[in-house]
Design a protein around this ligand. Structure first.
Ligand code: PMP
Length: 352
């Protein structure tokens, strides 16, 4: 830390992204990216748009929003695009949390939530999960602050039902509830339709996972127009051009190729079922993940060791050192071939 760094941030512990090593070619199952390339339509649109990079991007994302509204069945003032969904989540912390309105989220969830709270100097309360890693929805009723819930949750992959989400939203008439649906497309029912009914719900999603655009950084929030306006105030006070031209074009290309997205999600769902079954046969225990990752532990092989040994074999998975998660690893679901390579490597480590 330099002697000039503001004391406002001197205690800030930043989020640690999964490693992106360049030393050799790995099977990358550590950062929940898609194993599939972006849609051809997305690539072509982004390449064409590169020719106009001397011009700023459209702050209103007009063309993207128009197509999006048709696909998602929302009005244009009910959506806001951002630089990845991390940005809309940060906007929600900025817009809807303060000294009197703490952020409230599960103790085990997306590691960025406490960082956003710290960054914005807002108090936060972490609510423990049940022992089986499920969320007790009643813990969030009349929460007395802004609720953030990843659905499905990370890194467990466990999803709430639409009725459970509705109950949380209904039992917080005076609080905002943010449902982070980064992994919704892999088998969870979305809460987007609830936005029409409730003025206290924000749903966030991303093009990073199901639409293979992690490197483009494109996310969005859906909510009633008053809430979108609030977050737009934050956006226009930080960076009106938060979505760049090529990402906007790529996003539009994806929306014109939803069949491709659906086919890729289906393929991930099948690979997930295959990997879960094979890992169970090898003695692994796991949560009921509905995401593009699984959360597994082995009674005879430590989480940290498995991660280190697989890395030596050219396979990256994610280990979290937090004590409650220490026995586990989070493994991104890749192609069936990648899952087979993982299973072969694991079997060898276990001496099977
Ligand atoms: N929410 C959750 C639960 C995540 O795991 C991630 C991915 N790290 C994000 C949001 C943010 O993803 P992105 O910024 O790529 O949209």
């Amino acid at each position: 830390m330099s002697r000039f760094f503001s004391s406002k941030y001197s205690n800030l512990v930043p989020y640690t992204p999964g490693e992106q090593p360049k030393d050799m070619k790995y099977i990358k199952l550590n950062t929940n990216e898609s194993p599939f390339p972006p849609s051809e339509k997305a690539i072509a649109a982004a390449l064409e748009e590169a020719k106009k990079l001397q011009l700023y991007s459209d702050p209103d994302c007009t063309d993207l929003v128009k197509e999006f509204c048709e696909v998602f069945g929302v009005e244009k003032d009910e959506v806001l695009f951002t630089n990845g969904s991390d940005e809309i989540l940060n906007f929600a912390f900025m817009a809807f949390c303060d000294d009197d309105t703490p952020a409230i989220f599960p103790e085990t969830t997306y590691g960025f939530y406490p960082v956003f709270a710290e960054l914005n100097h807002v108090p936060y309360k972490e609510i423990p999960l049940r022992e089986d890693f499920t969320i007790n929805i009643e813990d969030y009723f009349n929460a007395g602050g802004t609720v953030f819930i990843a659905n499905p949750n990370a890194p467990t992959g466990i999803a709430l039902t639409p009725a459970e989400v509705r109950a949380i939203v209904e039992n917080n008439p005076d609080n905002i509830v943010v449902i982070d649906e980064a992994y919704v497309d892999f088998g969870t029912e979305s809460s987007v339709p609830l936005v029409k009914e409730y003025d206290n719900l924000v749903v966030t999603q991303t093009f990073s996972k199901s639409r293979s655009l992690a490197g483009a950084r494109l996310g969005f929030g859906i909510a009633k127009k008053e809430l979108i306006q609030d977050m737009n105030t934050i956006k226009y006070s930080t960076n009106p051009y938060n979505v760049n031209r090529m990402s906007m074009a790529a996003g539009l290309g994806c929306l014109k190729d939803e069949e491709y997205t659906k086919a890729n999600c289906q393929s991930i769902i099948e690979s997930r079922a295959f990997a879960m079954e094979e890992l169970r046969k090898l003695g692994f225990e796991m949560t009921d993940s509905k995401a593009n990752f699984i959360f597994v532990k082995h009674p005879e092989y430590s989480g940290a060791k498995l991660q280190a040994e697989l890395k030596k074999k050219g396979i990256l998975i994610r280990h979290f050192s937090k004590p409650a998660l220490d026995e586990y690893n989070r493994i991104t679901i890749g192609t069936k071939e990648q899952m087979q390579a993982l299973i072969d490597a694991v079997a060898e480590l276990l001496g099977r």
